[in-house]
Design a protein around this ligand. Sequence first.
Ligand code: PDD
Length: 293
Amino acid sequence: MNDSLLAYLNGEYVPKDQACVPITDRGLLFGDSVYEVIPAYGGRPFRVPHHLRRLDRSLAAIRMQNPLSQDEWQKIFERLTQQLPGKDQSIYLQVTRGSYPVRNHVIPDDIQPNVIAFTSVNPARDPDKARRGIKVITLEDIRWHRCDIKATTLLANVLARAQATEEGADEAILIRDAAAMEGTASNLFVVSNGLVITPPDSPELLPGITRDLVLELCREAGVPFAQATIGMPDLEHADEIWLTSSTREVAAVVELNGRPVGNGTPGEMWHRMDALFQACKERLRLGGDCHVD
Ligand code: PDD
């Protein structure tokens, strides 16, 4: 663990392991805060405008304004990632409602947000591991009805992941009203007869930045795709299942509830999408960008 890194805290850069917010912070007391996780490949942050747009959306949904401009955020990301030049890393940022002396559910008028950001090294991608795929289970989705907000109130996700781990799985796909929504920290895709399908945007799932890119890559490569409800039978009979996120990239699911998906190895379409995704990362590493449209 490299604890000598500096973190951003309300305008200052302080050693990560010494950066503190008060115990009266509403993020701590109420989960009253939102966050982003931004991958940086070769030290270059990935799809920053997309992440900042989603941050704006999350803040607006919880009745907050973005305390910093795009430029200010960019400068923070630069300063943080420069500490690990050329390295793959994850930038974490969080904006909390702020600290207030009185604990009360009512949102105070005179409160200033606490803003934190830090970076951590990501281990280099292991292509063999990616080709082994991951195992998932399905669980009931017991989360609230605003999963489109990237809020730090993640206890239901954490408990579902704990159950998945206990059952020897890497992730859980959450089922609400007989429809598969997403993973505890990832978006869901199935491939069926050559068609790539992801559940439609709704308040019940996070509009993932990786998911958007996968849809763009499908469009660019002429791979047919659709946004449609995925029921349990669709999941069970899918040729392929993928889970996407800023940390997992595009992961192939090879086992669902103890049964093989397809022939139990990552499918042909996954290989194609993974190659497109890796090429996109490579463009970013070389100083280009990952925007395909
Ligand atoms: N989570 N759905 C949920 C519930 C998530 O928490 C995440 C990401 C995603 C994928 O979104 P994106 O492609 O923008 O990373 C979908 C991050 C990685 C986390 O909480 O650590």
